[in-house]
Design a protein around this ligand. Sequence first.
Ligand SMILES: [Zn+2]
Length: 363
Amino acid sequence: MTDIAHALRDTLLALTRIPSPIGEEAELCDHVEGRLTRSLGGEAITRFHDSLIVHAAARNDAPKIALVGHLDTVRTQHDGPPRIEGNLLYGAGAADMKSGLAIMIELVERLDLDALPCDLTLIFYEREEGPFEENRLGPILDTHPELHELDLAICLEPSDNQMQLGAMGSIHATLTFLGRTAHSARPWQGDNALYKAANFIRELEQREPHDVELDGYLFREVMTPTIVHGGGPRNVVPGQAEVNVNYRFAPGRTAEEAYAELRELAGDQCKIQATDLSPAGHPHAGDRFIQHLMRCGVNGVRSKQAWTDVARFDAIGVPGVNLGPGTAAQAHQPNEYTELDHVFDGYGIFERFFARSEDNPLY
Ligand SMILES: [Zn+2]
């Protein structure tokens, strides 16, 4: 095993040994802050709650690149402590996304930052695994206008080193169908709200996915009922039923525009209340830095059929992509693991991205 492979493995194991379920990121944030303070100096680091903005290399009039990762994990069951078994490193967040964090840390500690032709920022943030509104990346971008000047943000969410372009927007809305209660022995005296909800659910079932192509990449729009609540006592015709609808919409429209489409579809069948409006992100496939990253050994390129924080950067005019070494299928799984050789390969991609070469637009 090479020197860097050893270092990545040890760094990743140390990160995975510090539990950081969403809302409890302080200890991991302390650890990363302490380590990067030792290697980069305290003046490089700005702490914002339990998030960090690390100005690893400051350059005026040079391309500005950010590497971005969340510190939190989802809460999952694990049958053993964080550990290594052969090529697999087990632990909560090993794949999502401490594999990416390990690369961010090792990279800034190993790059010759003085020789780097670009401005380089790392963002470690909290509360990614919860609702859009509670995710700390939003307030970080709101309060740090210098981050709006970035030329590229690379989010290192687990993607098996595949480059994922853009992000689907996501809307959650509660649709409330109103009827009239009655005794279930005489249902004709009432108006069953479940039937109204069922009619709308059937409409959604019959709706075809809508494919949208952008920069040559396909995004598939889908509207899905995910939760149904309704009814009270078992012998009462329900007077109210609620359906949560999740609308995943393609880049090219704002969340408000997509929500208007859902409102129109619901029409006067029900009341509707949006509970989450997350914007979409453009693919930016033609961007010169993204084109360069594609040539650095990524494991294929595709559009992202899900929401990621890439969309937050898009919303402030910063092109973003998702590319991370973690084993994607392991995200949010009990006994989550990541494949160490993918982490080593992922490091190589980022090393090449920053290396001097004839066709590197950073130079
Ligand atoms: Zn993640």
